[in-house]
Design a protein around this ligand. Structure first.
Ligand SMILES: [Zn+2]
Length: 209
């Protein structure tokens, strides 16, 4: 059996997905390539560009202790994806304007804190979504909550799915898995900072300038 290309991305024309002889699919343009509603494949770079408009929707169901994920991009047809691509720059600009022109914005939906002993500031994990822009390790961010601005440094970035074990943050910080290096727009993450007296409510923003 030979590898089969599943066609070119309708937006940029590059090959979007390959079906390998074993039957599994792989993104030619990065791991983000996906199949749309009508079976056409979008390449990874075009998916990343459209994500700001069609964020991956992750919701933690407290009752079921389960993470629910839906992807609105997969509900588009190729024609709709091409149309969205024509609007994405304008969309991002109006989002930036409505968020006060920060370089990147993270919308918080939950927080967890781990005490690090008497002399050390606690580690604080924020769970939420990058609305636009990107967050990198060791960057300084500003936490906006209740009219207060608190500066802190990003000490770790990880996948949102680690929202499930809210306890054991300290152990998580010591694990060998380095997490991810960058949090990109349209995807849910866990951002970790270290600092005293930090508290946020769902709906608060963490911004980068
Ligand atoms: Zn493409």
């Amino acid at each position: 059996m030979k590898d089969v290309s599943l066609g070119n991305c309708p937006i940029c024309g590059r090959a979007a997905l390959t079906e390998y002889s074993g039957g599994h699919l792989s993104g030619y343009e990065g791991p983000n390539a996906l199949r749309l509603k009508d079976g056409v494949c979008l390449c990874g770079s075009c998916v990343r560009r459209l994500r700001v408009m069609y964020p991956l929707n992750c919701r933690f169901d407290e009752a079921k202790r389960e993470l629910m994920t839906t992807d609105p991009l997969r509900e588009l047809t190729a024609e709709e994806a091409v149309e969205a691509n024509g609007q994405v720059v304008e969309y991002r600009e109006s989002l930036r304007e409505s968020c006060g022109f920060h370089n990147a914005v993270f919308l918080v939906d939950a927080m967890a804190e781990s005490k690090e002993g008497l002399l050390q500031a606690p580690l604080v994990s924020f769970f939420g979504q990058v609305l636009y822009g990107s967050f990198f390790m060791l960057e300084e961010v500003t936490i906006l909550s209740g009219g207060k601005e608190t500066k802190a440094q990003v000490v770790a970035i990880d996948e949102y799915k680690y929202r499930i074990p809210l306890s054991g943050l300290k152990d998580w910080m010591r694990r060998t898995d380095p997490g991810v290096q960058v949090g990109e727009n349209g995807y849910p993450y866990r951002l970790v900072v270290q600092g005293k007296g930090i508290s946020v409510q769902p709906g608060d923003l963490i911004v980068k300038d």
